[in-house]
Every structure is written in structure tokens, then in C-alpha cells.
Design a protein around this ligand. Structure first.
Ligand code: DGL
Length: 280
């Protein structure tokens, strides 16, 4: 049986750059039948050190670009953008908008036994307190200890996932969280799943690492299923990539983040998206 017209539309996913490919990877794994359109804002990365107003403006422009490509659901793969821009995007768009914060927070609440949860992310994500608020909304008795780990982003992009510099950096960032007794640590940044080994080595085997990318893919699958917007399972999805800077660096680093080979990557500008968005 063929699905409705809507079910054949693609899932739109965006990030400040290459990091969101860790989220795309999980979405492709969970829903191999779906077409996806990935947008990496490589000309303006990083978002993690920028002000909320700037990140909200960027997110609106990208959402406008993706809406024009007729997507059925928007995934905000960037933790920083999810932390500050989600309410604005949800107000402006009439399609489902999924961020990475709520799925990660829900998983952390489900798995913690001690009730002490750690959250790591970019400076922008941690400053926003978005994870702490999302966790407290689900269970007010949980204590949340949050720590920005900005250097993890360039280390992951450099491919330094298991060397001495990464191990020292992980200790400097994480020793305090481990000693404070967190039993669950939310990897609240697109890049951190690549550093899981180094992070786990510092935190120890007792501490559960919550990968927001995996949880987000599960949420996307649930929403599309509930809304009967999934493509038939026998289909094979196609994947398109748009970036705002020349594609070379994105492709080189991206293959590693995706854990496979990227298809064609197109460079675009957002000039015609710099308008107030209409409700789609
Ligand atoms: N994608 C960003 C995030 O998950 C990390 C990189 C950046 O700072 O733009 O927060």
C-alpha cells in the first residue's frame, strides 16, 4: 500500500555544520526508508559560542530554506540551536519540529538511579540551562550538574578521539562531575558521541552515557508512526546535503561523522531566506 502524499516527503535536518551528521546517522539507521535533506551551516559554524538572538536568526533562515524543499518534519540536530531556537521554530512552522534536548533529557530521567545527572555541551547550550529545565520538568527531584566542554568540538573534528590531548582534556572537564557522583551523563552536543570512549574512560563503567542523537532518532520514528507519515518499510531513502561554505572540509570530516559515505553535497546561500517566515 502506498502512503499519503505527505509520507513521501523528506525529513529535514539541520546543524551548524558537520556535527549533526551523528543525528542523521541514527535517523538513517532507525528509518532507512526515509529520504532526508541535511543542511550544515558551515560558513557560520560554530553556534556554541554565539548569542541566542544570532542562533535564532540563523535557525529561522535554515528552516525557511528547508520548508521550501517541502519537508514533512524538521529535526534541529544542533544542541545549541535546539536549546535557544525551538520555541520560535515551533511557533512559526506547522510541521512537527523535533529538537535534541527533550529526547536526551527524557532518556536521562529514565536511566538515572541516583538522581544526580550530569550534562555536558557547548557554552551556549549550558548557558541556556535548556537541559536542566527539561530534566526538572520531567522530575523536579533530580539534581543536574552542567559543564561546558567547548574543546571537545575541535578535537572531534580533528579526529583526535583517543589520543593524549583528548584524554587530558576529558579529565580536566569531567573529573569534577565524576567526583560529584553523577550516575548518568548527557552528551549534549552533536560532536560528543565521537568521544564516547575517552569520556567513558574518565567517568568509569558505572556512569551511563546518554546519546541525544539515538534518542532523537527514536522520537522522530515515533512521531512519524503516530501521524502515519512513514514511507513503506521496503523503500530505500535518498540523502541530500546542503552547506553554506565550500563542501571540501564538510565531506572530509563528514564521512567520519556519518560513519559512511556522503552523497553529493551542494553549496548554497540563504539570501532569499532572510525574510520573516510565514506559517507554512
Ligand atoms: N552542533 C553544535 C551543538 O551541538 C556544536 C558545534 C557548534 O558549536 O556549532 O551544540
Amino acid at each position: 500500500m502506498r502512503g499519503s502524499r505527505v509520507s513521501w516527503q523528506a525529513i529535514g535536518i539541520f546543524d551548524s555544520g558537520v556535527g549533526g551528521l551523528t543525528v542523521l546517522r541514527e535517523i538513517i539507521r532507525a528509518l532507512p526508508q526515509e529520504d532526508t535533506i541535511y543542511f550544515g551551516d558551515t560558513a557560520r559554524v560554530p553556534y556554541g559560542s554565539k548569542s541566542p538572538d544570532t542562533v535564532i536568526r540563523y535557525a529561522q533562515e535554515i528552516a525557511s530554506f528547508l520548508i521550501k524543499r517541502d519537508i514533512k518534519l524538521l529535526v534541529v540536530a544542533c544542541n545549541t540551536a535546539s536549546a535557544v531556537a525551538l520555541p520560535t521554530l515551533r511557533k512559526l512552522l506547522s510541521i512537527p519540529v523535533v529538537g535534541v534536548i527533550e529526547p536526551g533529557a527524557k532518556r536521562a530521567v529514565d536511566v538515572t538511579h541516583s538522581g544526580v545527572v550530569g550534562v555536558i555541551g557547548t557554552s551556549g547550550t549550558i548557558r541556556s540551562s535548556a537541559y536542566s529545565r527539561a530534566i526538572k520538568r520531567l522530575n523536579p527531584s533530580i539534581s543536574v550538574l552542567a559543564r561546558p566542554c567547548p574543546l571537545f568540538v575541535p578535537l572531534a573534528e580533528e579526529g583526535w578521539t583517543e589520543n593524549e590531548v583528548t584524554n587530558i582534556t576529558a579529565h580536566l572537564y569531567l573529573d569534577e562531575l565524576r567526583d560529584a557522583g553523577v550516575d548518568t551523563l548527557v552528551l549534549g552536543c552533536t560532536h560528543y558521541p565521537l568521544l564516547k570512549k575517552a569520556i567513558a574512560a574518565v567517568m568509569g563503567p558505572e556512569v551511563k552515557l546518554v546519546d541525544s542523537a539515538e534518542e532523537t532518532a527514536r522520537t522522530v520514528a515515533t512521531i512519524l508512526q503516530e501521524k502515519k507519515m512513514l514511507r513503506p518499510p521496503a523503500e530505500q531513502g535518498n540523502h541530500h546535503y546542503y552547506v553554506t561554505d565550500i563542501p571540501a572540509g564538510f565531506i572530509r570530516v563528514g564521512n567520519r561523522f556519518l560513519g559512511g559515505k556522503l552523497g553529493d553535497v551542494y553549496q548554497v546561500t540563504l539570501d532569499d531566506c532572510r525574510v520573516t517566515m510565514e506559517k507554512s
